[in-house]
Design a protein around this ligand. Structure first.
Ligand SMILES: N[C@@H](CCC(=O)N[C@@H](CS)C(=O)NCC(=O)O)C(=O)O
Length: 148
């Protein structure tokens, strides 16, 4: 059974959900609310030390990072979405690299104006406070929290 931890609004999660749908796979849903920082809770940090979505679990393997998850799904389950021709594979990797270079955080936190921007920027302060609290209450996860 495949299990996916994801957030509906997350582009990285949507990419993986698209691949699961293309392959018509059944999977167990674990939606996380990024606004209430469910992604920082100890149980999730133990799965994904960076505290980001998505995370896939398959046959007791924990796989993080959307590009790696997609590659894994494509290797494990038909139909194959990766093109056969080397030139097309190269083009596919160029698109993946371009997407990975996209300055998601800067766009997200810097671009929103008005009330949405204020809420997003306030959430950064709340997150910083919450991380300090979590580091104190879960010293065994201190290193992971320091990187979040
Ligand atoms: N390279 C990672 C990036 C994952 C990532 O940054 N996910 C965002 C949502 S798109 C996230 O979980 N953000 C939560 C946070 O930063 O607190 C991937 O492709 O999976």
């Amino acid at each position: 059974m495949l299990e996916l931890y994801y957030a509906s609004e997350s582009l990285c999660s949507q990419k993986v959900k698209l691949v699961l749908a293309e392959k018509n796979l059944e999977w167990k849903h674990h939606p996380l609310n990024l606004l209430t920082f469910e992604n920082l809770q100890p149980d999730y940090i133990r799965l994904n030390p960076k505290g980001v979505v998505p995370t896939l679990i398959h046959k007791s393997q924990i796989i993080t990072d959307s590009a790696i998850i997609i590659q894994y799904l494509d290797e494990q389950f038909p139909p194959q979405l990766t093109p056969a021709e080397p030139a097309s594979v190269e083009q596919m990797h160029d698109w993946i690299d371009l997407q990975n270079q996209f300055p998601m955080l800067e766009v997200m936190y810097g671009n929103f104006r008005g009330i949405e921007g204020a809420i997003l920027r306030r959430s950064v302060q709340i997150k910083a406070r919450m991380l300090l609290h979590l580091m104190r209450s879960h010293p065994e996860l201190r290193e992971q929290y320091a990187k979040s």
